[in-house]
Design a protein around this ligand. Sequence first.
Ligand code: NCD
Ligand code: ZN
Length: 335
Amino acid sequence: MSKRSFSLHSPLDMHIHFREGAMLRRVAPLSAETFAGGVIMPNLVPPVDNLDRLERYEREVREAVDGHAFEPYMTLFMRPYTESELASMKDRIIGVKLYPEGVTTHSDGGVGDLRDVERTLALMQDMDIRLMVHGESTDFVMDRESAFLPVYEDLATRFPRLAIVMEHITTREAAALLDRHENLYATVTLQHLMITLDDVAGGLLNPHLFCKPIAKRPEDRDALLALALEAHPKLVFGSDSAPHPVDKKECAGCAAGVFTAPIALQMLVGLFEEHGALDRLQAFVSNNAKRIYGVAPPEKTVVFEKTGAVIPERYGDVIPMYSGRELDWKVAEAR
Ligand code: NCD
Ligand code: ZN
């Protein structure tokens, strides 16, 4: 008999864009209702790259999730940092996020030449500060992640004690690196487990599925899904939920980012159930992350029920992935 009810304990989203101001106040509670914690990305304008900005942003995030058992794991935007700067911020962050210059939303101030941050990487390795990477080059769009893989291998080899997270991997080749370097880990999004480029641009263009890195080929999606379904010990869930107002998505010059935060867990339950892997979902959305990042999020139990639900058309001015679609599972309770 198939299950009608399913529970997850302290699910974590290890890659989220919360933004600031009104957008933050809208989207953060939607994550905090069901997730027990998450890694908050630093690509604001200006980026989170100094102690004052970090403290103020953390305070704003905590205010936005007030009333929920949710722990924000803050990050810094990569630039050349001094040892004393890193020392002053180390205890407030879960890692430093490296964006190559210009590859995605708000990455204009990213790293143009990796040699500029060589010293910072060495300091991070010595100070036990994790590196998180948006691993894309500026090559042809479908090849940007593959073209970046030698950089991951080079960093992993030259900084063997630096924990490196390949953020939002989208290719079979990136997945294969996990077993080749002890210090490489990865996050993967919901959309990259479900869709391919065909869903984005194969028929009518769907701006709400357009993100960086772009969804790839069926064999890439299938390799990522296989790894998630087995709850590969070095892979964790990171939604990369990236809200943009509808007028920035449904226009010429559509912003990159898929908004999944409020529906990610329900959809993961459906996806893992469909593949007979529900017993692995707890590891994929929580236990692996707790072990890899050494975090102890607040206790939270989320109960899902198998009764039809419909994904809302919008949350304010943000349209979620698969808006208006029917879901098999809904969140019955989070406590
Ligand atoms: C993200 C955003 O909107 O901030 N967009 C995206 O397409 N994923 C940035 C990022 O993670 O690349
Ligand atoms: Zn992101």
